[in-house]
Design a protein around this ligand. Structure first.
Ligand SMILES: Cc1cc2nc3c(=O)[nH]c(=O)nc-3n(C[C@H](O)[C@H](O)[C@H](O)COP(=O)(O)OP(=O)(O)OC[C@H]3O[C@@H](n4cnc5c(N)ncnc54)[C@H](O)[C@@H]3O)c2cc1C
Length: 401
């Protein structure tokens, strides 16, 4: 089955270095993370040793310059690391993306020199765990407009009040990039971003949430009750958080696609193996044309996803600091993640079908992968929000009544 996973596409910016990055992440994840995935899924268990190990192997801080402890590569390389990790432990891969992309890369792109020096080396080493808090109980798809968490200035501090929900890494995070309203009158243009540390007074994890998929990646509701954050931890200018959110969301969407791709590749691999070995009517089920049809459909979805994913990563890697959140890249990243999520859903649906009853059993790997698919159509903006972005960009300039 290596033929499927190791197919080397000559695509966009994919070169020998990228091949090495993907192979290296794949090897590390197979040796070090795959063995953790079953217990993570069974118990929503968080293996404390995993993040330092990922850091020791140079697989954090991919997009962050070496002077801050990172690898000094680009978003394309980061996507390949994520694809490799997702093949073997997609829950850890989700924790990785929340840490490395949503938190560390956002601090690098939007933080000042002091913030970069204080936070990035520990995040790149995996000594500290990062998270990003945008979504609230009353503010999901309308995260900016409906945001209720506030931050009021008090001397050389801001005081945060409110809550965040569904935050990946929330229960275990040391460093959180959190959005709050500094001017309620200004709506989305009254939002600022802050770096909150878990020990800051007034911060607490309200509850750890139990999920249907991606189990073991930790998810929480977070509370801020008169939480005092030094003004030095505000990221960017006051009331300019919307820029940070919007450009960060484009990069996040570009990164969800390789997460989907890694999962779908593994599902295809498992399913082809199963079709070759499972016997019915005295033959491998792979000899039946209807099973062959399902495998062919899965393959086409995976390869289309690969092409679109790499094209989008290649474009997103060129987005300068301060750019994104509008225009071609906004449309492309929304389209890529929308396609990847829907294609992964289809691939896993077919994979379970080929696996028959064994695919329906909770403990099987294919079942674990199947339960992961729905989140990709919800997180980082739902399918409907992605469609709104794509059509909104296509219809720009249209006269509306
Ligand atoms: C496991 C998990 C991890 C997550 N991790 C993070 C994280 O690390 N950080 C973070 O900030 N957030 C995180 N999220 C939150 C995620 O981004 C939100 O769940 C998502 O944006 C949707 O918001 P919502 O759940 O409130 O759904 P809602 O916004 O309430 O949407 C419900 C339904 O209504 C539809 N809908 C809403 N508005 C419209 C509209 N105008 N037109 C058409 N349909 C519409 C939606 O598409 C959806 O189908 C995570 C969520 C999950 C489940």
């Amino acid at each position: 089955m290596d033929a499927i996973r190791n197919e080397k596409p000559n695509l966009f910016d994919f070169d020998a270095d990228h091949e090495m990055i993907l192979d290296n992440a794949d090897r590390f994840a197979r040796n070090e993370l795959y063995g953790l995935s079953e217990r993570m899924d069974n118990e929503e268990w968080w293996p404390d040793e995993a993040f330092p190990k990922i850091g020791d192997n140079g697989l954090f801080g991919i997009t962050i310059p070496e002077e801050f402890g990172g690898a000094g590569l680009d978003l394309f390389a980061a996507g390949l690391v994520l694809q490799g990790l997702a093949r073997w432990n997609h829950a850890m891969a989700l924790a990785w993306v929340a840490h490395d992309n949503l938190c560390a890369n956002n601090i690098y792109r939007n933080g000042n020199e002091d913030q970069r020096r204080r936070y990035l080396p520990d995040l790149c080493a995996g000594r500290k765990i990062g998270a990003l808090g945008l979504t609230e109980p009353g503010a999901g798809s309308d995260a900016l407009g409906s945001m209720r968490t506030t931050a009021r200035r008090d001397g050389d501090h801001y005081v945060l009040n409110g809550s965040k929900i569904y935050i990946t890494n929330g229960p275990v995070a040391d460093v959180l990039l959190v959005y709050a309203k500094t001017d309620r009158e200004k709506g989305p243009h009254g939002i600022s971003a802050f770096i909150v540390e878990k020990d800051m007074p007034g911060f607490k994890v309200a509850q750890k949430l139990v999920k249907m998929g991606y189990r073991g990646s930790q998810t929480a509701e977070l509370l801020f009750e008169e939480c005092r954050v030094p003004a030095a931890n505000r990221v960017g200018e006051e009331n300019e958080g919307v820029r940070v959110v919007m450009s960060g969301l484009d990069l996040e969407r570009a990164m969800i696609s390789p997460l989907c791709l890694g999962i779908a590749e593994r599902a295809l691999e498992l399913t082809v193996d199963f079709a070759k070995t499972r016997q019915q009517f005295g033959k491998p089920i792979g000899s039946f044309q209807m099973v062959q049809s399902m495998l062919a459909d899965m393959y086409v979805h995976v390869e289309t996803m690969r092409t679109f994913t790499y094209r989008t990563l290649s474009a997103a890697a060129k987005v300068e600091i301060g750019e994104g959140g509008r225009g071609d890249i906004h449309r492309l990243t929304a389209a890529s993640v929308m396609y990847a999520a829907e294609a992964t859903h289809k691939v896993l649906d077919l994979a379970v079908q080929v696996h028959g009853g064994s695919g329906y059993i909770w403990e099987s790997e294919i079942n674990r992968l199947f339960r992961s698919t729905k989140l990709m159509e919800i997180g980082a903006g739902t399918t409907e929000v992605r469609k709104m972005i794509i059509s909104g960009e296509l219809l720009k300039g249209m006269k509306r009544d």
